[in-house]
Design a protein around this ligand. Structure first.
Ligand SMILES: Nc1ncnc2c1ncn2[C@@H]1O[C@H](COP(=O)(O)OP(=O)(O)OP(=O)(O)O)[C@@H](O)[C@H]1O
Length: 657
C-alpha cells in the first residue's frame, strides 16, 4: 500500500480497540510536539560502526539472552514468513536483528541496521518507539506510522523489563503485513516475557531460590507462570510481571512465607520438580514449584558473609583507554573486547611492568563479571607450603580464609606465574577449572565456583611446559586467548602513554603540560625503564615540581645518567642509605637523598619533598612488614614488589642484615 499523498493531522481510526486508538493518537500528538515532519526520511537514525560496537558491547548480556530465547520462535514459527525481529535498547536503538529484510525496499534496509534509532523522537509513531514511550506492548499498523516512509510495514513490539522492573529495551517483529497480526503481537509479548524470565534465572538462579507458580499444575513451565526469586531468609528479591498479575500484589521484599502461606523451611526443602498446592495470600489456589540454588554456597549464609563484595568503583584505565596508538596493543584490546562476554580464559604475557595486571583489570571491568571481584595471586611470592591453603582455602573453613579461588566466585581470578605452583597445586587447579568446584580433599565437601581465569607470565608458559615446570593440560586450560604485551621500549605510543600516566597521577592544581625536553628524555631509547618505572619517575617528578611545570631537572638523575643497579620500582638507588631506624612505625633520619643533583640539594623545599617520599616508602614498607608479622612473602605480595626488592628495602631500613 502506498502512503497517502497529503500529511494527515490525525492517525487513522482502526477497529482494534479504543485504548489502542488512544495510544496511537497520543503518540501522534507527541510527534507533532517534537516538530516531526511526516515526509522525513529518518536518515539521521544511522550511527557509526564504532558506536554500534560500543552499544552492543554494553548490552552484550541482553543480546545473548534474547538471542537464545528468540531464535527458537523464529526457527519454529516465523522462519517462512518474511519478517524481522529487532531488539532495541531503552532509547530505541537497535542492538541486534534476527530474520530477513526481503520485505522492505533495498534503500530502506539501512534504517533497520544495528544502531538505527527507532525512538518516537526520531522515527515518529512506530512499534518500538511507542512501546518504549508507553511501557506497553503495541502493534502499529501501516498507516498508523507517523512517518510516511514507515507506512509500508506493521510492527509489533513489547517492552522488556529487567529484574528490578526497570525498562531495559524492547522486542519487535516487523513485516510487510502478510503475517497473522493478532498472533504476532501475542508472540512478541511471549518472547519478551521469556527474556525477562531468563534474566531472573541467570541473575538469581545460582545463589537464590526460584519459585514458579500458576493456577494450573500443567502450565508451571510456561512463560506465563509467575516467577519469583527469594533469598535464604525468605525475602522476595525479584519477580516477573506475571507473578504480580496473578496475585494482584506487589511482591518486592515481601516474605515468601506470608505470600504463599507455607513455612520457609518446608518451601526450601520441597523435593525439586514436585509441585505443591498453596493458598496464596489466603485466597488464590496456586501450584508452586521450588528450585534450589545451583550453588550450594547459598545454603551456608555464614560462609557467604566472608566472601568479598565489590564496592569499589573502578578508576583505572578502560580497554579503550589502553589503546593509545600502538598497533600491537590495539590488537590486544580489540581481541580482548571480542571475548568479554564469552567464558574464554586469557593468557597475558609480557615483561615485568608491561601492564599485564592493568590490562586484566580493564578487561574484568569491561566484562559482565565486573560487579564481582577480581582476585589476584602471584604464585612466585607465596611460599610453597602455604600456596594450596591460599588458593583453595583451609580444610576447616572455620580456621581461616575460604581461599582465593572461592573469593573470586562469579568474578575473575588473576593468577601470575602459574608455572611457579608446585605440581600438586597445579593438579588441583586443573581439577577446579575442569569441574568448576573446589573440593576439600578430606571431607569431600565441595563448593561450586564460577570464575574466569586470567593467567599472566613474564616468560613464555609454553617454554615452561617444555621444561616440565608447567603441566601441559593446565597450560591448555588457561591459554584461551593469548595476548602478548610489548615492552615500553618497543611501543610506538610512548608519548601518548606518558601524557596519560601524567594526567592520571598529577594533582588538579598541577599543570597539564609536559615540555618537549621532558618528553624526549623519557622517550629516549637509552632509558630502559618499563611502564611501572615510568609511572614512578613521573610521580617523583611531580613531587619535585610542586605546582610548577615539570622540568628536566625534576627528573631523577638516573633517567638522565642511567647508573647501574638502579631499582626504580622502589624509588631507591643502591647508594640510598637510611641510617637510623626507630620503631617499625617510624623512620626519622635519611642521610642521603636520591635523585637530587648538587644544586637541587641546596633547595630546602625540594630536599624536603624528596625526604617525604622516602619516608612514605619506608613507612609503607614497615607497616606491611609489621602487619604480616615479618613474613617476607606476604609483605612483598601486599606491597606488590618482589621478595628481593623487599629484602633490599629492609636492609636499607636496618631491619635485616
Ligand atoms: N596503560 C596504563 N595506564 C595506567 N597505568 C599503567 C598502564 N600500564 C601500566 N600501568 C601502571 O604501571 C604499573 C605496572 O603495571 P602492571 O602491574 O599492570 O604490570 P605487570 O606487567 O602486571 O607487572 P609485573 O609483571 O611486574 O607484575 C602499575 O602501577 C600500573 O598502574
Amino acid at each position: 500500500m502506498q502512503p497517502s499523498d497529503n500529511p494527515r493531522t490525525h492517525p487513522p481510526r482502526t477497529r482494534k480497540s479504543l485504548s489502542h486508538d488512544l495510544m496511537i493518537q497520543a503518540s501522534w500528538q507527541r510527534c507533532n510536539k517534537y516538530g516531526l515532519d511526516q515526509e522525513t526520511t529518518p536518515a539521521d537514525a544511522i550511527v557509526s560502526q564504532g558506536e554500534v560496537r560500543d552499544l552492543q558491547y554494553h548490552h552484550n548480556f541482553l543480546i545473548n539472552t534474547t538471542g537464545s530465547e528468540v531464535l527458537p520462535y523464529y526457527e519454529n514459527i516465523l522462519a517462512n514468513s518474511s519478517c524481522l525481529i529487532m531488539l532495541a535498547d531503552q532509547k530505541g536503538q537497535v542492538l541486534n536483528c534476527w530474520g530477513d529484510r526481503r520485505f522492505m525496499a533495498i534503500q530502506k534496509r539501512r534504517c533497520f541496521d544495528d544502531g538505527a534509532r527507532w525512538s518516537e523522537k526520531v522515527n515518529g509513531t512506530n512499534a518500538i518507539g511507542t512501546a518504549l514511550a508507553t511501557g506497553q506492548a503495541v502493534q502499529v499498523q501501516r498507516d498508523e506510522h507517523y512517518l510516511k516512509a514507515n507506512r509500508f510495514m506493521i510492527g509489533s513490539a513489547a517492552p522488556i523489563y529487567d529484574t528490578n522492573r526497570e525498562l531495559l529495551g524492547v522486542l519487535d517483529v516487523s513485516s510487510d503485513a502478510y503475517l497473522p497480526q493478532a498472533h504476532t503481537l501475542g508472540m512478541v509479548r511471549m518472547m519478551s516475557q521469556s527474556v525477562e524470565n531468563r534474566l531472573i534465572i541467570s541473575k538469581f538462579g545460582q545463589e537464590e531460590f526460584l519459585l514458579t507458580f500458576n493456577t494450573n499444575v500443567d502450565n508451571l513451565d510456561s512463560q506465563w507462570a509467575g516467577l519469583i526469586a527469594f533469598n535464604e531468609n525468605g525475602t522476595i528479591i525479584s519477580a516477573n510481571r506475571r507473578a504480580e498479575m496473578l496475585l494482584r500484589f506487589e511482591l518486592a521484599l515481601a516474605s515468601v512465607e506470608e505470600v504463599f502461606g507455607i513455612r520457609l523451611f518446608e518451601l526450601k526443602n520441597q523435593p525439586e520438580g514436585q509441585p505443591v498446592l498453596v493458598n496464596a495470600l489466603g485466597k488464590y489456589k496456586m501450584y508452586a514449584m521450588v528450585k534450589r540454588p545451583e550453588n550450594p554456597m547459598a545454603l551456608a549464609p555464614d560462609y557467604r558473609d566472608r566472601l568479598p563484595v565489590q564496592t569499589e568503583t573502578y578508576a583505572g584505565p578502560t580497554l579503550e583507554q589502553l589503546a593509545l596508538g600502538d598497533m600491537r596493543i590495539e590488537r590486544c584490546t580489540r581481541m580482548a573486547k571480542a571475548v568479554t562476554g564469552k567464558e574464554m580464559p586469557l593468557l597475558i604475557q609480557g615483561e615485568t611492568g608491561t601492564g599485564k595486571k592493568t590490562f586484566a583489570r580493564a578487561f574484568h571491568h569491561a566484562s559482565q563479571r565486573s560487579a564481582f571481584p577480581m582476585i589476584t595471586v602471584n604464585c612466585a611470592v607465596i611460599p610453597e607450603d602455604e600456596i594450596e591453603a591460599e588458593l583453595f582455602g583451609y580444610q576447616n573453613p572455620d580456621k581461616g580464609s575460604v581461599g582465593l579461588i572461592r573469593k573470586a566466585h562469579k568474578g575473575t581470578f588473576y593468577i601470575e606465574e602459574p608455572a611457579e605452583l608446585p605440581m600438586s597445586a597445579q593438579t588441583r587447579l586443573l581439577r577446579v577449572l575442569e569441574e568448576k568446584k573446589v573440593t576439600c580433599p578430606d571431607t569431600g565437601q565441595n563448593w561450586s565456583v564460577d570464575i574466569r581465569i586470567i593467567a599472566a607470565s613474564k616468560t613464555s608458559l609454553k617454554a615452561q611446559v617444555t621444561t616440565g615446570q608447567l603441566r601441559e593440560d593446565l597450560y591448555y586450560r588457561i591459554s584461551g586467548l593469548n595476548l602478548e604485551l610489548p615492552p615500553l621500549r618497543e611501543r610506538t605510543d610512548q608519548i601518548a602513554l606518558i601524557h596519560h600516566l601524567h594526567r592520571s597521577c598529577k594533582e588538579s592544581s598541577q599543570p597539564e603540560y609536559l615540555s618537549e625536553e621532558v618528553l624526549s628524555l623519557l622517550t629516549r631509547p637509552a632509558w630502559p625503564g618499563n611502564t611501572r618505572q615510568l609511572l614512578n619517575v613521573l610521580q617523583i617528578a611531580l613531587a619535585m615540581a610542586g605546582d610548577d611545570e615539570i622540568e628536566a631537572w625534576h627528573l631523577p638523575d638516573d633517567v638522565l645518567t642511567e647508573p647501574a643497579n638502579r631499582d626504580l620500582s622502589t624509588g631507591m638507588t643502591d647508594k640510598t642509605v637510611i641510617t637510623e631506624t626507630q620503631t617499625p612505625a617510624r623512620i626519622s633520619t635519611i642521610t642521603e637523598t636520591p635523585y637530587l643533583s648538587a644544586d637541587q640539594e641546596t633547595n630546602p623545599a625540594l630536599l624536603q619533598q624528596a625526604n617525604q617520599l622516602q619516608h612514605s616508602i619506608a613507612d609503607e614498607t614497615l607497616k606491611a612488614y609489621t602487619l604480616h608479622k615479618g613474613n617476607i612473602s606476604r609483605t612483598a605480595q601486599a606491597l606488590g614488589i618482589s621478595r628481593n626488592t623487599l629484602y633490599k628495602r629492609l636492609k636499607e631500613l636496618g631491619i635485616r642484615s
